[in-house]
Design a protein around this ligand. Structure first.
Ligand SMILES: Cc1ncc(C[n+]2csc(CCOP(=O)(O)OP(=O)(O)O)c2C)c(N)n1
Length: 259
């Protein structure tokens, strides 16, 4: 763990759940390295632009900070050039579902063997809380002072339909749960997507909202049954299920490219 820290000063707001995501990620890769499932030198992390993107400064592994919304094509490029590498990316919901939406769905469609961890805070946090495609209808911000009139995307069913082969959701404050999902996502072969609910405590503090709504799905969830998974993820639900929802094997973009 100590080897993974850097000298960069952490500039997230004090108490921001991004710090919990950082801890979960450092723990996940420490465990993968200690159990010899991964070598430090074979890990590359990437990110878009936003509060989430600062994470590349805080983990002492190879990294590439991309442009806003453009981490995924960079990651696919890295994986194509050197398939030995394990490529993990961090993205914000503005980054992935606004600026980077085209890259997101096509990277999932190709089943590129990269892993995406979404810091889902439902706002453009770094630029002070504007509405993103995941903000709820009615959300008031500097960009929608009378309340957003648009319906938000729901990431997991959208990614399932796009072609992702691993899907999970976690709550950032649950470090053990996030670490577990990260390890499963990293060891999965193919496009993995983990939606990490990360309340933005400064611009859209949803901690109270999620406190009593989060619940874990059972360990024996039918993760290979796409129809059931889609029905579950799109069914009206007052609560917010977390866990691993989908996990199937399919040929990856990179292995087909080089075959
Ligand atoms: C192409 C482009 N558009 C807009 C910006 C300005 N910008 C920088 S960070 C940011 C917000 C990022 O929000 P999000 O991706 O949700 O990440 P968060 O800060 O919430 O982690 C924006 C809009 C930019 N850098 N590049």
């Amino acid at each position: 763990m100590n080897n993974l820290a850097t000298k960069a000063k952490i500039t997230w707001c004090p108490g921001c759940p991004n710090s919990a995501i950082l801890v979960a990620f450092r723990q996940a890769i420490s465990e993968l390295v200690e159990t010899e499932k991964l070598k430090f030198e074979n890990i590359v992390i990437s990110a878009g632009i936003g509060c989430h993107g600062k994470i590349t400064d805080y983990v002492n592994v190879n990294s590439f900070t991309s442009l806003h919304g453009r981490a995924l094509p960079v990651m696919t490029g890295i994986k194509c050039a050197n398939p030995k590498l394990t490529v993990v990316g961090f993205s914000g919901d503005g980054d992935s579902f606004a600026e980077g939406i085209g890259h997101l769905v096509h990277t999932a469609r190709r089943n590129s063997d990269i892993k995406v961890f979404l810091h889902a805070n439902q706002v453009f946090a770094l630029t002070t809380g504007q509405t993103t495609p995941l903000s709820p209808k009615g959300y008031r911000s500097k960009s929608t002072p009378f309340g957003s009139i648009e319906e938000p995307f729901t990431p997991l069913p959208m990614l399932l339909e796009s072609g992702a082969t691993f899907l999970a959701r976690t709550y950032a404050e649950d470090i053990a749960g996030t670490k577990k999902a990260m390890i499963a996502a990293i060891t999965h072969k193919g496009f993995s997507f983990v939606e990490i609910i990360q309340p933005c405590i400064t611009f859209f503090d949803t901690r109270e909202y999620f406190k009593d709504r989060i619940y874990s799905i059972p360990e024996n969830f039918p993760v290979q049954d796409k129809k059931t998974v889609l029905e579950f993820l799109t069914a009206p639900n007052e609560k917010t299920p977390v866990g691993i929802f989908y996990n199937v094997e399919k040929p990856t973009f990179e292995e087909q490219l080089w075959s």
